[in-house]
Ligand binder design. Sequence first.
Ligand SMILES: NC(=O)C1=CN([C@@H]2O[C@H](COP(=O)(O)OP(=O)(O)OC[C@H]3O[C@@H](n4cnc5c(N)ncnc54)[C@H](OP(=O)(O)O)[C@@H]3O)[C@@H](O)[C@H]2O)C=CC1
Ligand SMILES: O=C(O)[C@@H]1CCC=N1
Length: 275
Amino acid sequence: MKISFIGAGSMAEAMISGMLEKRIVKAGDIRAHNRTNKKRLRTLEQKYGIRAADGLDQLFEGPDAVILAVKPKDAPDVLESVRPLISPDTLLVSVAAGITIPFIENKIGRHIPVARAMPNTSAKVGLSATGIAFNIAATKQHRHRAFAIFSAVGMTTAVKEEQLDAVTGLSGSGPAYIYYIAEALQQSAAEIGLDAQTAKQFILQTIIGAAEMLKTSAEPPEALRKAVTSPNGTTEAAIRVLDEREVKQAFIDCVKAAAKRANELSNAGKEPARE
Ligand SMILES: NC(=O)C1=CN([C@@H]2O[C@H](COP(=O)(O)OP(=O)(O)OC[C@H]3O[C@@H](n4cnc5c(N)ncnc54)[C@H](OP(=O)(O)O)[C@@H]3O)[C@@H](O)[C@H]2O)C=CC1
Ligand SMILES: O=C(O)[C@@H]1CCC=N1
């Protein structure tokens, strides 16, 4: 497989690293292009052995898929620029939050196969949770190819395109919510007298252990939480604070805010960029 990346930032690197780890593509068959940050391209060349492309045209020299991995605000201009370069059977895979399939089709102005996906940066370690939707021009072969790419870097599930903003709020941004909790735990550990190195080991194993319990247990999260909570014990004292501060509602609101923002980003190109 030959894969080209338009935009060589965090998400592109996560996918490149994950795909190479799973050996679904050779390093020399990956090309990547940034508009301005050439130093970043050289770094990726050295780190992974991929090929930097000096111009967008080099990305369209017979790839099996072109992955659009620029910020949503940059997507409209990029789509205009690739319009003359794209052939009818080039599979265009967008990971840009909020950028819809009709928007892409409209910008390209021709029927080409399009996949819109929402992975997350855990692709880097082969553990992305990716939602994916296709347009009508995507054949069984194109779908298979897109699934092969994302399945190499984690779990992939087909969803309706309308559900992708929700997937973005839940799992696209989701790793950041877990890192946020880890940050808080790290800070709390310092305040109760544990050194950072010791605390890191305990925090990490606690997150991995809880994730494994959630994965393997038949019990819902609430039951697993209650099993930790002894009457009048330490967990009860802890959860009381979370409840008093309405932390659960804050997380619900946080996911909704991300999904809403993804929906607003659908309007990229129709409104002035806010980033
Ligand atoms: N980070 C994440 O967790 C996730 C991100 N996404 C999506 O992935 C996309 C990329 O995000 P992320 O990797 O975090 O962003 P980054 O800012 O890290 O990367 C974007 C890259 O695009 C390049 N770029 C900008 N304009 C152009 C252009 N006209 N032509 C070519 N390259 C260009 C930038 O380099 P330069 O400015 O030098 O050109 C930059 O390297 C976004 O749309 C985001 O919604 C999806 C899921 C998760
Ligand atoms: O923050 C963002 O907009 C991107 C999309 C999902 C995760 N990161």
